[in-house]
Design a protein around this ligand. Sequence first.
Ligand SMILES: O=C(O)[C@H]1O[C@H](OP(=O)(O)OP(=O)(O)OC[C@H]2O[C@@H](n3ccc(=O)[nH]c3=O)[C@H](O)[C@@H]2O)[C@H](O)[C@@H](O)[C@H]1O
Length: 432
Amino acid sequence: MDSLIPSTPGKFKMEKNSYMHRSRLHSSIAKLTFWSFVFIGIIYIFFFRAPSSYSASLPSDLSRRSLRTYTYGGATWEKRVRSSARIRSPNGVSVLVTGAAGFVGTHVSAALKRRGDGVLGLDNFNDYYDPSLKRARQALLERSGVFIVEGDINDAALLRKLFEVVPFTHVMHLAAQAGVRYAMENPGSYVHSNIAGFVNLLEICKSVNPQPAIVWASSSSVYGLNTKVPFSERDRTDQPASLYAATKKAGEEIAHTYNHIYGLSLTGLRFFTVYGPWGRPDMAYFFFTKDILKGKSISIFEAANHGTVARDFTYIDDIVRGCLGALDTAEKSTGSGGKKRGPAQLRVFNLGNTSPVPVTDLVTILERLLKVKAKRNIMNLPRNGDVQFTHANISYAQRELGYKPVTDLQSGLKKFVRWYLNYYSVGKKAVE
Ligand SMILES: O=C(O)[C@H]1O[C@H](OP(=O)(O)OP(=O)(O)OC[C@H]2O[C@@H](n3ccc(=O)[nH]c3=O)[C@H](O)[C@@H]2O)[C@H](O)[C@@H](O)[C@H]1O
C-alpha cells in the first residue's frame, strides 16, 4: 500500500506494468481528488470559518468598531460645528479634539471650553469599552457647548471638511486604541488607530492652510523594558514590551517625519497611567473598584521573586493642566500648502506624577474608600505587555510647560470613588 502513495503529493512514479499502471492511475486520481478536497477544506476553514484567527476576526472587528459610515454635512451640521469651535475669549484658540468622548479627551475639551477656547470634538464611539459611558461624557460636553462630530480619524474626507468649515489653530489628538493587554487580542485595531489614523490626520494637517499645531498623546509605555529610573525623555525607548507601546513609539517617529518634511509643529505627551472620574473601565483601578464592590476576587500582579509592580499613577486634573500647558506653548507650524517654510517645533514630554505606588497599595486605598475588603488573588505578572514599574522624571515638562502635579493617589482615588458610586448609583455609604 505504501508504494501506491506518491512520495510527494502530485508526483507520480512511472510503472512498467500497464494493468498495474491503470489501477495505480485510478488509485492516484482518487487520491488526488481526496487530497484536493482536504486542501480546499483547509483553505475554507482558514479563510472563512476560523472565528478567532487574526485574518478572519480583524476585518469584521474593525468594521464593527470603527469603519462604520457616519453621516455628516448640511447647513445645520456646519452651524453646530462653527458654533462649537467659536473662540470666546480674547487670546483664545480653536482646537479640534480627537477622541473627545474618551476619558482624557472629555476632560481636556471641558477645560478648554471653560477658558473660552473654541472646541470641536471628534470621536468614533467604538465599543472597546462600554459606549454608554462615552455617550454620557458626550452629554456632559454638550451641556457646556462642545459638539462632538461622530467619525473616524481615518476618514480623510471628513477631516478635510472639518478644516474647510473651521481653520483650527490647534489639534489635540487624543483618539487612540488604548490598553496594553488588549493588543494581544486585537492587534489590528492598534495599527488602524494609532498608526494609520495618526498618519491620515497628519496628512490633512500638513496640507491645510494655515497648518495647525498638534499636541498628541504618546504613552509612558514607550519606555518598555528600560530599567533606568526615573524615566527621562532622553532615555532609550527602543524596547517596547507591547504592540500598544510599539505603535505609540512609531507615532513619535512619524511625528518626527512630518515635522521634518512639512514643518508641522508637534508635541507628544507621554501620559503615565492616568486615572480619575469618568475614567476608562478597562483600567485596573476602575475594574478593581467594580469587582471589590461585587465581592469578586481581583488579580494583583507581582514580578518574579515577589517583586513589586508599581505605577506612577497620575490624576486627570494634573494631566489636563499639562495638556493645556503644551497647547499654550506650542509654536505655529511653519509650512503651508504642504511645503515646509522653515524649522518647526518638535517636542516630547513626560506627564507623570513622579511618585510610583505599588499596585497592592492602590488596592489598600480602594478598600479603605469603599469600606470593603478585597479578595486578593496574587499572581505572576503575565507576559502580555505589562512592565514592572513606571516612574516619570518631569523636570522638562516642569520647565517648559509649567507642569506641576499636585494630586496624590489617595486624594485622586477619593474623587474617583465618589464619582463612581454616584455614576453607577451604588447604594453604599462609602468615602467619608
Ligand atoms: O501609562 C501608560 O501609558 C498606560 O497606562 C495604562 O496602562 P497600565 O499602566 O498598564 O494601567 P492598568 O492597565 O490600569 O494597570 C495598572 C497596574 O495594575 C496592574 N494590574 C492590571 C490588571 C490586573 O488585573 N491586575 C493588575 O495587577 C498592572 O500590571 C499595572 O501595574 C493605560 O491603560 C494605557 O492605555 C497607557 O496609557
